[in-house]
Every structure is written in C-alpha cells, then in structure tokens.
Design a protein around this ligand. Structure first.
Ligand code: NAD
Length: 362
C-alpha cells in the first residue's frame, strides 16, 4: 500500500534538495503519494500567509511530512516559521542523530549519538516583553515586589517556562527511543545549579522518569557547560542526550559540527500523532537555484522518515547508498571535497543521481 506524505519543498535551496530526497526515496521502491504543500516565504508570496491552513490540515491528515528548509522573513510577525509549525502540530520532540560517515571531513571517527530536544517550551515559548513598553515596566515592578531584586528599567525580558508535563513527556520519549533503538544510556543535560526552578525542575522530573527505566537503561545527568566540553573531548562516551529547547538547539549544531557540518545533519520533529522530517540546516538563500548545495542532510531526513513508516529495509538501502557515495568521494558536492573550489565537485542533482545508482545496485 502506498504511503501518503505531505511534501513541503521549502524556500531557497529547499526545492532542489527536496527534489533530490524525493527521487532517492522513490528509488528504494517504497510507494509514496506526495501531497505537495507550500509554506514559508513561497507561501507568503503566493497566498499572503506564511503557514496556510491547508499545510496544517494536510499534515494532520497524512500524519507524516517531509519538509525543505523555510525562510523566516524578517519583521513578518513570526520569530520563526519553523518554530510556529512545530507548535501548531505539537511536534514536541526534536530528534537529531549525529553519526560520522567515512568520507565526510571530521576530526572524529565512529560517532553515533542522538540528541533529543524538547520543542515546545523554555525560552523558545515566544513569551517576550519588549524594552520600554508599559507592560514590561509593570512586569519589572511585579518581579521586584516578589523577589526584592532589582531589574534595570531599560531591560527587555524573555520568559522561560519549564513544566512537569513537558519534561516528563520528552524524557519518557527519549527513554522509549533509546530502548526501541537498542541504545544503552540517556544523559539529561541542564543548568540546574543556577536555574533551580526551571532547569532544577527539568532535572528532578527527568530523574524520576529515568528511575522508571532502571535496569533497562543507564540514566545520568550533566551540566550543559561541562557537556559542551565533554562532547568535544569524549563524544564516544555519549549515546542519547535529552535537553530543554535552548541547550538542545545549541548542542545540536555542536553535534552536527562533530560529524562534518550542517550538510550531513538530518532531523525529525515528532509528536504523539504527527511527524515532520527536515534537515538541520536552513534555506541558504545565496545558493538558491544554483544546483550546488549538499542534498545529504535532506536525503538522510528521508531515511529517518522511511524508518518512521516502518520501511526499514528501504531505509537501510538508502543509508547504505549514501554511505557508499560519501566514502567514494567522487560524486559529491563542493563542501565534501578536500577544497571548496575543487573542480571535480558535482551538483545537487548529480549527487542524488549517484545515490540512486547505488540504491539500484544494492
Ligand atoms: P543556513 O543553514 O541556511 O545557511 C548557513 C550556511 O551553511 C550557508 O551559507 C551554507 O554555507 C551552509 N549550508 C547550509 N546548508 C547547506 C547544504 N545543504 N550544503 C552546503 N552548505 C550548506 O542558515 P542561515 O543562513 O542562518 O539561515 C537562512 C534562512 O534559513 C533563515 O531565514 C532562517 O530562518 C532559515 N532557517 C530555516 C531552518 C528550517 O527550515 N528548519 C533552519 C535554520 C534556518
């Protein structure tokens, strides 16, 4: 039976890498009906809306989406179109595997860790008070009254909510993910020593949930600054990481850096009913339409989507073909060559062609 999947090509380089991913997924033989939808800058230009209702309806109906990166136009009411989409669909778990593939430049070998970031709250909840506004002054007075601490009157304020509900949900998700993917250890990352009522709560609830998995999983915790150093010095000590939103955002780029950069970093945003797969990188507008950028991150996001659809044999063949093309280093884009001006670099389309050829030969 064919799967129906919402496909959002995205902005900038999005359409090129989405087309590459779509062709590679189809080459595995899995039958997919693509329900193509627009969002982001492309949708704003065509419909006047950044996230048309039709996109949300399509994902809610199909439950699975593959999305190219979207540009957030500056000053259009959204801090980020991507964050807004994750909120609208309650995609609370952001899953970012970081894995080294031979052929991709990295100072490390054999890294295989997964970062799971809480997607719905923390400083990304979008609750902010602008400097100089009357409500900001009101809030400052209230905080001073209750805490007896001074806040400079010319401050802006961002609110960091962390709840028992969302923490329990994300840590449980991380533990279940670890168990179902044959992983051994979950590390909770926080700054509970300083932010006792937010990160402290995250840690307390995480430990409670971790205790439910005793005997089945090792559960530990580390402070985020120490974690940043440990990841650079001893990345092999880690398996699954679970973090609140902001630290998750920062450390997922660090992890992408450990394994060769944004060009090869895939991702997934998962909720209880819907799942959206996308590369970690953005729409890189300066490369749009030039058939130049690396499609690997988007193709590997498609590989994660195939696993989510229980098409594991197809996902294995796709991953193995990507691995082969990366290891050969011949039909790869400029960023994967020894120097960025290497004349033997191929375009986005040609790299996808090489991956398709490798899939068909398997
Ligand atoms: P970006 O990731 O788009 O680009 C940064 C740089 O990374 C590029 O200039 C390029 O050198 C490199 N790069 C990115 N993807 C690459 C690829 N596939 N192959 C080779 N090199 C690649 O980040 P940015 O410039 O900060 O953001 C541009 C736009 O993308 C913004 O509007 C931002 O909001 C948006 N964005 C979207 C998402 C998403 O859709 N999930 C994520 C991040 C940023």
């Amino acid at each position: 039976m064919a799967h129906t999947v919402t496909l959002i090509p995205g902005d900038g380089i999005g359409p090129e890498i989405s087309e590459a991913a779509k062709r590679c997924i189809e080459a595995t033989g899995v039958r997919i009906e693509w329900d193509v939808q627009i969002a982001g800058q492309t949708a704003l230009d065509k419909t006047g809306e950044l996230i048309p209702e039709a996109v949300i309806r399509s994902i809610q109906k199909n439950k699975v989406a593959l999305k190219g990166p979207m540009t957030t136009p500056v000053g259009k009411g959204f801090r980020s179109v991507n964050v807004a989409l994750r909120h609208a669909l309650d995609l609370y778990a952001c899953v970012r595997p970081a894995k080294t593939y031979p052929g991709v430049k990295s100072p490390y070998r054999d890294i295989d860790l997964v970062l799971i970031r809480e997607n719905s709250e923390d400083l990304y909840a979008g609750i902010e008070f602008e400097q100089g506004k009357p409500e900001t002054s009101e809030l400052i007075c209230l905080i001073e009254k209750h805490t007896k601490k001074n806040i400079r009157p010319d401050s802006g304020i961002s609110i960091k909510p962390i709840s028992v509900f969302a923490t329990r949900r994300i840590v449980r998700y991380a533990c279940e993910y670890a168990l179902s993917h044959g992983r051994k250890k979950v590390t909770c990352v926080h700054k509970a020593n300083i932010m006792k009522f937010t990160d402290g709560l995250f840690l307390k609830v995480a430990r409670e949930v971790g205790a439910e998995y005793a005997g089945r999983l090792e559960f530990e915790d580390t402070i985020v600054d120490n974690m940043s150093m440990q990841l650079v010095q001893k990345p092999h000590n880690y398996d699954v990481l679970v973090l609140p939103n902001l630290y998750g955002d920062i450390l997922s780029d660090l992890c992408a850096g450990l394994v060769g950069g944004l060009g090869v970093a895939p991702g997934a945003n998962i909720g209880d009913t819907n799942a959206l797969f996308e590369a970690v990188h953005g729409s890189a507008p300066k490369y749009a339409g030039r058939n130049k950028v690396n499609p690997t991150a988007m193709i590997l996001s498609g590989m994660l989507m195939l696993r989510h659809l229980n098409e594991n044999a197809a996902a294995d063949r796709l991953e193995s073909a990507v691995k082969q093309v990366l290891a050969e280093g011949r039909s790869v884009t400029y960023d994967l060559k020894p120097t960025r001006d290497d004349p033997s670099a191929v375009g986005t389309r040609e790299m996808a062609d090489a991956i398709i050829k490798a899939i068909k030969a398997k």
